[in-house]
Design a protein around this ligand. Structure first.
Ligand code: 3HC
Length: 290
């Protein structure tokens, strides 16, 4: 299995970063989303990220334009995914949305192509029911920001072939990532571990026992780059909410007990991307007053 051209469907928080990762590794990338203005914003975020890396000497200045020129944007899967060897979907964490994208990808890709999903927690077995070529479908779960975070969970579904998993593990290593082979279970490894913590942090605030800034101060003092509330804002409260809903359905009703995140999401306070979540955000930084 050779991966010479990649498509990423969904140009949001994760998708734009995943496209950047592959383009930095020298691969041509089709970045696909429903509207051109989303794609333009994604390319401008990638350009900012590349310029920052060049300013820090992590890439050469001439690489900024070279990397950007490897990323083509499309508003149709049919056009953008044709001829690619690997397509990764990074669309919202909703099974109805993901199923549409997966079916559209399978319809246009060659039978040899591999499809990856960047789902944070939905079972691969649940998503694979929308595909016929289940042996070439797997989880490719990146972490935010993909260009900085090395870890990638490579999730083998019940019908994913070993050859597909092996090839994707090798690909991830070749682009500088640290892939871990993961079983198909709710939340995989990282988000399964984090699930109870997310619920607990939400309940702390629900019950007025602590303020996000007070809890985050403790975690920062332990040497972590972000506290849990800042991280939830960074990842997106809509993403966290979907994860908790899925866990409530699959693991325990307790995950449905948290109110604060739902309240914030219903007001449009989705975290960093909306300029407000637990905190207010400006220029990619949370304003944290103790
Ligand atoms: N492009 C390029 N470089 C970037 C970048 C980007 N998008 N984002 C951050 N960086 C670089 C910064 O430029 C900086 O490099 P420099 O020192 O050479 O300038 C370095 O990363 C550190 O960034 P900052 O100085 O801006 O700020 P921080 O030190 O706070 O780092 C962070 C930012 C890397 C996001 C750090 O806060 C962090 O690691 N936070 C935790 C992230 C995390 O845990 N992610 C996983 C979330 S869970 C998830 O994604 C799963 C999902 O399924 C829900």
């Amino acid at each position: 299995m050779k991966f010479e051209k990649v498509a990423v469907v969904g140009a949001g928080e994760m998708g734009h970063g995943i496209a950047e990762v592959f383009a930095l590794a020298g691969l041509p990338v089709s970045l696909i989303d429903v509207k051109q203005d989303i794609l333009d914003r994604a390319k401008s975020r990638i350009a900012d990220s590349l310029k920052h890396m060049a300013s820090r000497g992590r890439i050469k200045p001439e690489q900024v334009d070279q990397v950007l020129s490897r990323i083509s944007t499309y508003t149709s899967i049919e056009e953008g995914a044709r001829g690619v060897d690997l397509a990764i979907e990074a669309v919202p964490e909703r099974i109805d949305v993901k199923s549409q994208v997966l079916k559209a990808l399978e319809a246009v890709l060659s039978p040899d192509a591999v499809i990856g999903t960047n789902t944070s927690s939905i079972l691969i077995s649940e998503l694979s029911q929308f595909l016929s070529r289940k042996d070439r479908f797997l989880g490719t779960h990146f972490f935010n920001p993909p260009v900085v975070m090395k870890l990638v969970e490579v999730v083998k579904g019940p019908e994913t072939s070993d050859a597909t998993v092996d090839a994707v593990m090798e690909l991830m290593k070749s682009i500088g990532k640290v892939p871990v082979r993961v079983k198909d279970s709710v939340g995989f490894i990282v988000n399964r571990i984090e699930g109870p913590e997310l619920l607990y942090f939400c309940l702390l605030v629900d019950r007025g026992l602590a303020k996000p800034s007070e809890v985050d101060a403790f975690f920062r003092s332990q040497g972590l780059p972000m506290g849990p509330y800042e991280l939830m804002d960074y990842v997106g409260l809509d993403v966290v909410q979907e994860l908790l809903k899925y866990y409530a359905a699959k693991l325990s009703k307790d995950y449905g007990k948290c109110r604060t995140i739902g309240d914030l999401v219903s007001k449009g306070y989705l975290g960093m991307k909306a300029g407000r979540g637990f905190y207010e955000w400006e220029g990619g930084k949370a304003k944290i007053d103790l």
